[in-house]
Design a protein around this ligand. Structure first.
Ligand code: DGT
Ligand code: CA
Ligand code: ZN
Length: 586
């Protein structure tokens, strides 16, 4: 078991305890804290446990450490298994409904005796949920919406989970004799924020013996992370992996590879206009190849790579991230596709927390980690005072933090510059949690919503626009507040928000955390066209948290961003000027 799996288990224990009548709040909180602490650990949890270094980690008590050790030794936690066995399954299902907490779940269960989500849905439709004391029509409607959300997202996985599973298998297969080319395909290759399954395509030499193919298939289906085999053939095998995610693996002759890879990369939406393009040029395209058509006769057009396929269609190569029918076909025909931003273009990180608020690492540790990763600056943004749950800073603490940053900046001069910032809460009415004087003392300000998610769209939009209009706000953090597979974002009129941001020259971040990836890529393209600068921000709460930047880059690329569209591709001095100019206009 790795760190994340154990942290998830601890979190589930907390949920299960909360779903049990009479659990102690302290016990629940202890498991929540343990989960967070585990996620924030640096280094291999198995090694830390073996060397006895878990002891003394804030958030990890003796019981939690015992559970971690059990998980590492046996691959499961008995306490968890017992809790699962004693919890009605419907309660667990209900816990996936956004906005429905354990208290309400327990009440619904006691009052209505539902045994499935389907029964809960009928209960809502019969108005029975609204009649539970303390519930009402509004709550019932929210539960109905939540049920719809659960249905839409059932059986999808976060990008990072799927990527990690796919990568393990890809690395193993790459060593296998006989494999010529090997590539992830499907939504994962297109870097969608969530994926249904993993698609992978490999090739063997055209004249490879059948035995070579069979050996590769055997090797694939016998990978340690394969939990079940759902299909096995010469050219395609399907399995279910440890995390529950399904995977299709296709094995073709090398001359077939580019066509197959292209087909299974998708998307279906991209393929429709592409097929139209082919037809208009008297060609046809499918997973077997690209053919020229003359009457009844089809002749294969030889292509070594996907670039050749697009070239035969008189198009520029379309990066997988762009294959979503968002205008890429026309742009590729005109040879006007953007040169997409890459990890190497990034110069620093602009949204990170330290132990001053709810981060796991000190400013110094965060700074050193940034240097190690080749970044030139760190924008420090601890929470503001109203975010008490996250250890938010008041103005006095922020000032003291600034003094520490000044010292560190002297020490790190020439290697790293730390920008003084805040992740300032946007209050219910759209005003900020700090007064202007405090905000003016900083280098830059990220403003985010962390409360009152349930305002109407009109109210929420006005609130956000008021924050955007605040002259001290430079960047809006995780604009919609969505948690992928967890809860939808709050209600916002996105057109109005993007317009306001463009008008005030306020940046909107791509929060690179794999559970957020907010701004959604669909809106990134539009924001760019309005001239909004978009930083790719890790929202790091630990050293490992800095490494999520690459997920954000995936979203930036899906949103057609070039290096010059991304704020933190600016060199240190240019970014200092950028913030300085914004500040001096006030
Ligand atoms: P998802 O839902 O995250 O797995 O998304 P994809 O795009 O990976 O979808 P998937 O796994 O069903 O199929 C992978 C690609 O294979 C898809 O993007 C296009 C191609 N493909 C699969 N089935 C069909 C089909 O019935 N028609 C067409 N035109 N293409 C297909
Ligand atoms: Ca797929
Ligand atoms: Zn935040």
């Amino acid at each position: 078991m790795d760190k994340r799996q154990i942290a998830d288990l601890m979190d589930e224990i907390a949920t299960l305890l909360a779903l049990k009548d009479g659990s102690s709040v302290f016990e629940i909180r202890a498991y929540e804290n343990a989960s967070r602490a585990i996620n924030g650990l640096d280094g291999d949890i198995a090694i830390l446990a073996r060397e006895g270094k878990l002891k003394g980690t804030p958030g990890l008590g003796p019981t939690s450490i015992k559970r971690i050790e059990e998980a590492l030794e046996t691959g499961h936690i008995t306490f968890y298994d017992e809790l699962v066995a004693n919890t009605p399954p419907v309660k667990l299902d209900m816990s996936r409904i956004p906005g429905l907490g354990p208290k309400r779940i327990n009440t619904i269960y006691q009052q209505l005796n539902v045994t499935s989500l389907a029964e809960l849905e009928s209960a809502c439709k019969d108005d029975r949920v609204a009649h539970i004391p303390g519930f009402g029509k509004k709550t019932q409607d929210k539960i109905l919406q939540g049920l719809q959300f659960v249905r839409q997202h059932a059986d999808r996985y976060l990008y990072d989970v799927a990527e990690a599973e796919a990568e393990r298998i890809r690395v193993a297969l790459a060593e296998q004799p006989g494999i010529v080319r090997l590539q992830v395909a499907g939504s994962l290759r297109r870097r969608r924020e969530t994926v249904k399954d993993i698609d992978m395509v490999a090739s063997v030499a055209d004249d490879a013996e059948l035995a070579v193919r069979s050996a590769i298939m055997d090797f694939f289906t016998s990978q340690p992370s394969v939990k079940a085999i759902t299909g096995k053939g010469e050219t395609k095998s399907s399995v279910v992996l440890d995390s529950g995610i399904a995977m299709d693996f296709r094995l073709v002759s090398d001359s077939q590879f580019p066509y197959t890879l292209h087909h299974f990369t998708g998307s279906r939406e991209h393929h429709i206009p592409l097929r139209r393009r082919a037809n208009s040029m008297h060609m046809t395209i499918n997973d077997y190849g690209l053919f020229s058509v003359e009457g009844e006769k089809e002749t294969l057009i030889p292509c070594q790579t996907e670039t050749d396929i697009y070239a035969a269609l008189k198009m520029e190569y379309v990066e997988p991230e762009l294959r979503e029918d968002m205008g890429e076909i026309d742009a590729a025909i005109r040879h006007e596709l953007p040169k997409l931003v890459e990890m190497d273009d990034l110069r620093g990180v602009l949204h990170a927390h330290s132990t001053w608020s709810d981060g796991h690492n000190t400013i110094r540790e965060m700074a050193e980690a940034c240097i190690e990763r080749g970044y030139n600056y760190l924008g420090l943004t601890d929470h503001s005072k109203v975010a008490a749950y996250a250890g938010g800073l008041d103005a006095a603490a922020l000032k003291r933090q600034g003094e520490e940053v000044d010292k560190l900046n002297k020490e790190f001069a020439g290697r790293l510059h730390i920008f003084k910032g805040t992740e300032c809460d946007i209050l219910r009415d759209g005003s900020l949690d700090f007064d202007d004087e405090t905000l003016a003392s900083l280098d830059f300000v990220v403003a985010s919503i962390h409360s009152n998610f349930n305002l109407t769209q009109e109210e929420q939009t006005q609130r956000m626009i008021r924050a955007i209009s605040n002259p001290y706000v430079d960047i809006i953090g995780h604009l919609t507040g969505r948690i992928l597979l967890g809860r939808p974002g709050y209600q916002l009129d996105m057109d109005a928000i993007l317009e306001a941001a463009a008008q005030h020259g306020v940046c909107i971040e791509i929060n690179a955390h794999p559970s957020r990836l907010d701004l959604d890529w669909h809106f990134v393209h539009k924001a760019r066209d309005l001239g909004i600068k978009i930083p790719v921000n890790p929202d790091a709460h630990s050293l490992a948290g800095i490494d999520v930047m690459r997920y954000g880059i995936g979203v930036a690329r899906k949103g057609w961003l070039r290096a010059e569209d991304v704020l933190n591709t600016l060199e240190t001095e240019a970014l200092k000027d950028y913030f300085y100019v914004r500040r001096s206009k006030k």
